[in-house]
Design a protein around this ligand. Sequence first.
Ligand SMILES: *Cc1c(COP(=O)(O)O)cnc(C)c1O
Length: 706
Amino acid sequence: MNGAVPIPERIRGLADLVDNLWWSWNVPARHLFKAVSYPLWKSTRHNPVRMLQLVDPQRLARLSQDADFLSLYDKVMASFAADLSNGHLWFAAQYPELRRPVAYFSAEFGLHGSLPIYSGGLGVLSGDHCKEASDLGLPLVGVGFIYPQGYFRQRIPPDGWQEAIYDMLNFGQVSIHPVLDQHGNRLIVTVTLRGLPLHVQVWQVRAGRIQLYLMDSNVQQNAPWDRDLSARLYGGDQETRIRQEMVLGLGGVRVLRAMGIDPAVWHLNEGHSAFQVLERLRELVRGGTPLEEAIDHVRHTTAFTTHTPVPAGHDAFPYHLMDEYFGRFWEEMGVSRERFMALGEHHGRFNMTVLALRLSGRRNGVSQLHGQVSRQMWQPVWPDRPADQVPIGAITNGVHMPSWVSTSLKDIFDQYVAEDWAERHDEGAMWDKLYEIPDKVLWEAHRTLKGKLLAFADQRIRQSWRAGGLQPSQVLATGALLDPEALTIGFARRFATYKRATLLFRDVSRLKRILHAERRPVQIVFAGKAHPADAGGKEFIQQVYQFAQDPEFGGRVAFLEDYDLHMAHFLVQGVDVWLNNPRRPMEASGTSGMKAAMNGVPNLSVLDGWWAEAYHPAEGGRPANGWSIGESHYADWDAQDEVDSQTLYRLLEEQVVPLFYDRDPFGVPHGWVQVMKEAMRTSLAAFSMRRMVKEYIEQMYLPAMR
Ligand SMILES: *Cc1c(COP(=O)(O)O)cnc(C)c1O
């Protein structure tokens, strides 16, 4: 936070406020920043640190004497202070004696668009988990990487083949600070890789009451190739990965030790950080604990969440790489090489998920269906048990509701649901009150949000067009012709091939008929990045992008470049329907659909992941809360695609489009608004991060904390 303009004494607290991501999910705090300068708020992509560097000092001086601004300022600062002192919060009230934290290890954290250290759902889940831990007063520290070049920025040239651009993070323009040791020097922690020391420095990010400690290998003592080790998220080959994962696992434990933090529970969010258990075993054995006892202790204090049934999502290293990198680490653990390798053995490799499964006492998948799939998938780890008795449970994901629901809907909740809906948002019954919102009010709010999405797309296009190098066909492909009145389908997520972004194009002429139907037009907005090494995913982007440029689609297919957290907010709040058509059961949970549903955007989705639990048809006087593309299973992928695409077309033609265009004389689609309300009612509590974190506390954390 260098270079900020001087802040007048009366509003000096702004400097503290921008320094903690708490503001990002707090409505009055966001209003306060908008009041500082709305144009800067927009142009900095909601980055108040940057905003305070760019704002005219005279404007700050004026604001420091503006009664309205000051009254909002005082209110925000008071609630900031109250939230940071945790006395009144849920966890502290329930379990005042439990003060040692949960150490939450994750390779990604999706906290805010200004910190590009996430690639998709896993990271957003980690970020949301931290924010909710803060809201509930759960003591938790996050451990991960800062990745100075982050995940990439996406650019699409006319041929549609995604390009990856890496920008260097400007540490002065985000709320982040170096962690110092007791002498005031930068804290440096060392990990031995291949017999050689690698040094990492540590950065601290604050999300409410939660601290995150993020490692960075870009320090002077390291050789150039080591300095780059943590430069990018998921960059590089298998060797880079084992090195990164050693730093995350082993280094992460050492960071906490160096800071004197003594966790009661260690949560591995996905297998990337599983080497952590080896470091903890080594510590115990070196401290004199017999190995079997050490293993019991580590198991008792470790929780593990697995996130995907896609085989490539589970890192497994060849033994020669393990030998090279771990050297004689096992001797310090008091085990033979054979015993050491056996901890992660799976199909002749050292598998990170298997290591985590064996060394954690509580394990879970991220939806009920994914729990079941995981029990089957990992049954070989428990050879003497049938799949249904494999000890992997399920806690269905959630999203941090205060971060994802639009401010306009929150204002409506204030008026029609309850004044304290925020504190009680995981009480399902409270949301019955949604039915008291007049249809017209909800519909108007939705139309405004849709307008914001289209304005966002327009502004992006204008910027790119002005910057030059954009062809006119790309202007159309990126959404210039989007129509605020047309039924708008959103499809935005990582372009992993199992998500089948191109399914909708299986019968191009049928799709064209749907899009161009007279008086009932439909348009589709796509966004998403493919992993740089995923050629299949990039081909999907290319296909969609070419359709988007094809005049026969008439500008009704758009691909918005560079999907990220910032854009995700506009999309999940502003489209009319959220489409998800993964190849079942590959979508372990899916969370973007939850964000959409909470904003009154119904899902049109395969019954996979969370939607298999959430979806219900119209019944007993209740409207449906969305649409199901089914749960059929064909071993032949082509047959599966054929069946699912037929179902999808039929649903659009017979149900979705007719319901959307069934209007009263004032243009309000009452039947549709009922589905919107039901989507909200059945998601706001049930798929909230609050419900989820409480389940983690009860099932995964408390047994170890006590
Ligand atoms: C929520 C979110 C995701 C996860 O989307 P899925 O539908 O679960 O694949 C990915 N990226 C961003 C930016 C998100 O906000």
